[in-house]
Structures are given as structure tokens and as C-alpha cells.
Design a protein around this ligand. Structure first.
Ligand code: HPA
Ligand code: ZN
Length: 341
């Protein structure tokens, strides 16, 4: 029997949630140039093509340098709204029914942009995408882990004035040398305010960082977490506690976490019974949005229909949606793609 997902159009129709997406990482070169012109910012690149050609990375830090440079053209609420609006348009076309978006406020407040400007623009786009595409969404405030914990705490205090506009806090930027333990107090404060927590861990950093994220930051999900498999005890715990891992396959290849997509451990995670999900991380920089991640993994890792359906279901159950919404999406997957009939 021919596989259901042997063509990308079927995969597009598979309802999926995207849970690991940096909104600033969706900034396409065309829009960077458009907003640079609007805001009269000089770019170091002469053309869209030249900028795109600079997207060759050797590791996480080499990417972060370009990522922070790109976002320097974001100035007013309209810019942030436009950025997120452009993402939602692509996500809806990829079959995303729910998206949880990271944003990096310190990357903006650090260059003189008000926190309110950032969150109000993003929040407006989130509301509009529900009306326009029926695509629900939520915001997750990420702290830059290479900055000190005092800066993170000050950011959180300021953010709490807008508490109804985001659901969780996370941790991103340069991982090695900046373990989760550095932010234990900040995350404890966030939790007392009723916020959920997630953290990037085990992307470039070692398994002990994943342990810390679980034990000290009490995260509901691990972002990336691909290095967890180096530690058997940790792997067992992730499975036993059904901790979701928001895996970003094309990102991992671009940032040289894996040499080739064929060597990625996503299929191994599924075979071990871990709650892995597929996400795009910074799709404007890493060569593909979420559908492209699903499709390239399907081909490189020979994912079966069962694997792909499991990944989509995992993305729904691992989301922060209310239970009734999760059930609705899971039912839609069952109805459309029932393997037993
Ligand atoms: N890792 C850490 N920080 C980030 C990333 C990532 O993949 N993308 C944007 N900030
Ligand atoms: Zn990330």
C-alpha cells in the first residue's frame, strides 16, 4: 500500500502545532530590507541576495551574531506586528493550527526599544491570526542566557505589567557556559506568577543542563534536548515523565549539531517512545518552515505514516492549549488520517 504522506500536499493537511519558533528568526531578508528602508537603517549588505549568502553558520554563536544584527531594523509596533503577521501567513499555509512563539525582549530593550512596543505589536498579530486563519497562538518570553540574571529579573518585572499577553517564560541564546541554574530565581518568580516554563537545553550544552532545566527550572518542555540521548538515565526519565522535546531538525544541521539530516536522532527518539515534536526554530535562517522540516525528515529518516502522525499528535499534546482544544485537534487528525481503515 502506498504511504499516505508520500506527497507533501498530504503532509501539509496534517494539523500540527509549532512549539519552538523564534519570531525574530522568521525575519526574511526581503522584509529586513523593507523595514530598513522604512526606518532609515543602513544595512551592511547591499542586497537581499548578499544577505542571504551570509547565512553560513559553523555553530550557534555564528548564527546568533547575524540573528541579532538582523533584528536591529525592528523599531515600532507596526514592525513587530508585520513580522509576526508574515510568519502566521506561512504557518497557516503549512497546516499549522496552533503556534507558540518565542520572543527575545532583551534583544530589543537593549537597543532602546520599549518592551511595550515589542509585546503590543506581537500580541496584535496573534489576535488577528486567530480571526484570519483560525490559527491560535501564544507568546513565550525568552531570557537571553548570556546576559546576567539581574537583567532577566528586571525584564520579568517589566513584563508582568502585560501578564495577560504571554503564557510562559523560556531561555535561549548562547547555551554553553550559561546553565539553567543561573536563572533558578527568575524562573521561580515567574512560576509564582502563574507562568509556565520551558528552556533550551541539550542543543549544544551537555545532558546535565537538561537535568537542571527539569529539576531547577521545573520546565514543562525541553527545547531541542537532542543531546539528552547521551545520558541513559536522563532518557529514561524523559520517557517516564513524558517530557516533550521540541526538536528542530533543519536548525540542528545548519548549526552543525548533526553533520547531516540522515544522522539526526529524531527517529531514534520516536522509537524510544519519547515525546518528540518537529519545529522550525529560525526558519528564515535555517532553510525551511515547519512543513519543510517534516518533509525533509520524512525523506532523510524514512519516517513512516505512523511516525508522522505521532509527531503531529505529540505537537498537539505537548502544547499549552486547554484540554478541550487539544482533543479537538487530535480528533481532526484521527478523522482525516485513520491508518486502520
Ligand atoms: N538556540 C538558542 N538560542 C536561539 C536559537 C537557538 O536555536 N534561536 C534563536 N535564539
Ligand atoms: Zn530555539
Amino acid at each position: 500500500m502506498q504511504a499516505i504522506f508520500s506527497d507533501i500536499e498530504k503532509l501539509r493537511k496534517l494539523p500540527k502545532a509549532e512549539l519552538h519558533l523564534h519570531i525574530e528568526g522568521t525575519f526574511e531578508p526581503e522584509l529586513i530590507f523593507e523595514l530598513a528602508a522604512k526606518n532609515r537603517v543602513d544595512l551592511n549588505y547591499k542586497s537581499v541576495e548578499e544577505l542571504r549568502q551570509a547565512y553560513q553558520f559553523s555553530d550557534l554563536q555564528s548564527f546568533l551574531n547575524i540573528y541579532y544584527a538582523g533584528m536591529s531594523v525592528l523599531k515600532d509596533e507596526y514592525d513587530f506586528e508585520k513580522l509576526a503577521e508574515s510568519y502566521f501567513e506561512r504557518a497557516a499555509a503549512d497546516g499549522v493550527v496552533h503556534a507558540e512563539l518565542f520572543f527575545d525582549p532583551q534583544a530589543h530593550t537593549g537597543r532602546g526599544i520599549k518592551f511595550d512596543t515589542v509585546i503590543n505589536g506581537l500580541h496584535r498579530a496573534c489576535k488577528n491570526s486567530a480571526t484570519k486563519y483560525g490559527l491560535t497562538s501564544a507568546l513565550i518570553l525568552c531570557f537571553l542566557r548570556d546576559l546576567d540574571s539581574e537583567s532577566a529579573m528586571a525584564t520579568l518585572e517589566e513584563a508582568l505589567k502585560h501578564k495577560e499577553k504571554f503564557i510562559a517564560v523560556g531561555l535561549d541564546s548562547a547555551e554553553v557556559g550559561n546553565p539553567p541554574s543561573k536563572f533558578e530565581k527568575v524562573f521561580a518568580r515567574a512560576r509564582t506568577e502563574g507562568l509556565l516554563t520551558v528552556a533550551h537545553a541539550g542543543e549544544e550544552g551537555p545532558p546535565p543542563y537538561v537535568w537542571e532545566a527539569l529539576d531547577l527550572l521545573k520546565v514543562s518542555r525541553i527545547d531541542h534536548g537532542v543531546r539528552s540521548l547521551e545520558d541513559e538515565k536522563l532518557t529514561k526519565r524523559l520517557k517516564a515523565e513524558e517530557i516533550p522535546l521540541t526538536v528542530c531538525p533543519l536548525s540542528n544541521v545548519k548549526l552543525k549539531v548533526f553533520k547531516d539530516l540522515k544522522e539526526h536522532n529524531l527517529k531514534k527518539m520516536l522509537d524510544l517512545g519519547l515525546k518528540a515534536t518537529i519545529n522550525s526554530d529560525d526558519p528564515a535562517y535555517f532553510g525551511g518552515y515547519v512543513l519543510e522540516n517534516y518533509n525533509q525528515c520524512r525523506l532523510a529518516l524514512s519516517l513512516s505514516d505512523e511516525d508522522l502522525i505521532q509527531l503531529a499528535k505529540n505537537s498537539i499534546t505537548a502544547s499549552f492549549l486547554p484540554e478541550n482544544e487539544k482533543r479537538k485537534h487530535l480528533q481532526a487528525i484521527e478523522n482525516q488520517f485513520n491508518l486502520t481503515t
